[in-house]
Design a protein around this ligand. Structure first.
Ligand code: PMP
Ligand code: GLU
Length: 402
């Protein structure tokens, strides 16, 4: 029997914004289901499948009986592999007790926010930020404090901007490098300058989201946690979704000071427990195996970056950045605001993306949810053929705007 009475919904959920990346991905799927040929460049998801040897390791783990609960922070075998990986790739020294594995890096960030923030506290987010940072922080009752860096400064926050944003309520500074949504990558020197600022403020932590570590087109990925000035105050977040094309496996992890790791495991123990057992076995195998397939995927993304950069730059009115990592372009499209095709007026980036979805059948995400209302995000985790066609369609649709 259906009820006509609306359920009481909490203030938390009523005040929360839906994830704009997931929303646009769903709208693209819906339009496809209606029979349109939609090219979905909205969600940040590698178009590759998980390398075969990792899938084989999961099958073997199932056969071996890895079908039960694991310790909340993860199987010791996986945590040890993460310790080894952090040392090998990132020059980070962790003990196994400092590692917590979660159901995706999204949960890692949620655990951290719940563990470190009280209502009234502040969390600094380098902006443009990944959409979920903002809402996760808000859900704790704390205040997200965006520090904005626009395309003219390659979307990179400067030390004096960070200094000006820190108050006695700041609990942590959160950013991703390589960055979602901008693709910007901080250099060692830039990270040193930012670390020097944080080091002057006792009690402020850095949460460094390095989930795009392996999709980096610069010479080297640098982990800010390896810098001596902030080594004991940095929490390094990573995951399997991007570098190993394992989005659906839901596996993320972090290395953190011991008390913070313990606090996150306590929270996770009440929400979800440990991540899936056979997935963790395969993840340990992934980290310790040859990274050849990961490097090949990175090379493919790099090639597509060149293709997209050339094509997007030709579209009049679009101010295109040149990303150094991840798989996104984040162009400034404010030149289109106020234009119309005779029916729809493009007032903002949400209108812009909706216009592209309905008139070019290309799914993208508005910059609004990333804290950058003048921009939109296009993921190039798609085949070269699809990307060429998508950008051609975008160019044609935009040419109709006057
Ligand atoms: N951080 C960033 C910057 C991301 O883009 C994403 C999206 N995948 C995540 C964290 C969450 O990743 P996961 O799929 O492991 O939850
Ligand atoms: N992180 C990806 C994105 O930004 C996946 C979707 C999500 O969880 O936001 O598109």
């Amino acid at each position: 029997m259906s009820s006509t009475v609306s359920p009481h919904l909490s203030r938390l959920v009523q005040n929360m914004q839906e994830s704009s990346t997931l929303r646009m991905a769903q709208l693209s799927r819906d339009l496809s289901a209606q029979g349109h040929h939609v090219i979905n460049l909205s969600i940040g998801e590698p178009d590759f499948t998980t390398p075969k040897h990792i899938c084989e390791a999961a099958k073997k783990a199932l056969d071996e009986g890895y079908t039960k609960y694991t310790p909340v922070p993860g199987l010791p075998e996986l945590r040890q592999a993460i310790v080894t990986k952090f040392k090998r790739d990132n020059d980070l020294e962790f003990d196994i007790n400092q590692i917590v594995v979660s159901n995706g890096a999204k949960q890692t960030i949620a655990n951290l926010s719940l563990a470190l923030l009280d209502p009234g506290d502040e969390a600094i987010l380098f902006s443009p930020y990944w959409v979920s940072y903002f809402e996760i922080v808000r859900m704790t009752g704390a205040t997200p404090v965006p520090v904005y860096a626009g395309v003219e400064q390659d979307f990179k926050v400067q030390p004096d901007q960070l200094e000006a944003a820190i108050t006695d309520k700041t609990r942590f500074v959160l950013f991703s490098s390589p960055c979602n949504p901008t693709g910007s990558v901080y250099t060692r020197e830039e990270l040193e300058a930012l670390a020097a600022v944080v080091a002057r403020h006792e009690g402020v932590y850095i949460i460094s989201d390095e989930i795009y570590e392996y999709i980096n087109f610069t010479d080297r990925h640098v982990s800010i946690g390896s810098l001596p000035s902030v080594k004991d105050r940095t929490i390094t977040v990573n995951g399997f979704a991007k570098g190993f094309a394992m989005t659906g496996w839901r596996l993320g992890y972090m290395g953190a000071p011991p008390e913070i790791a313990k606090a996150c495991a306590k929270i996770q123990g009440q929400f979800t427990s440990g991540a899936s057992a056979f997935g963790q076995k395969a993840a340990a195998h992934a980290l310790l195996s040859d990274l050849g397939p990961t490097r090949e995927m990175c090379a493919a993304f790099r090639h597509r970056r060149e293709v997209c950069y050339e094509l997007l730059s030709k579209i009049e009115g679009m101010k295109v950045n040149y990303p150094q990592g991840a798989f996104y372009f984040f162009p400034d499209i404010s030149a289109f605001f106020g234009k119309t095709d005779g029916e729809t007026v493009i007032e903002n980036s949400d209108d812009f993306c909706e216009y592209l979805l309905h008139n070019a059948h290309v799914g993208t995400v508005a910059g609004t949810g990333f804290g950058a209302p003048n921009c939109f995000r296009l993921s190039y985790a798609a085949s070269e053929e699809e990307l060429r066609e998508a950008i051609e369609r975008i160019g044609n649709a935009l040419a109709r705007l006057k």
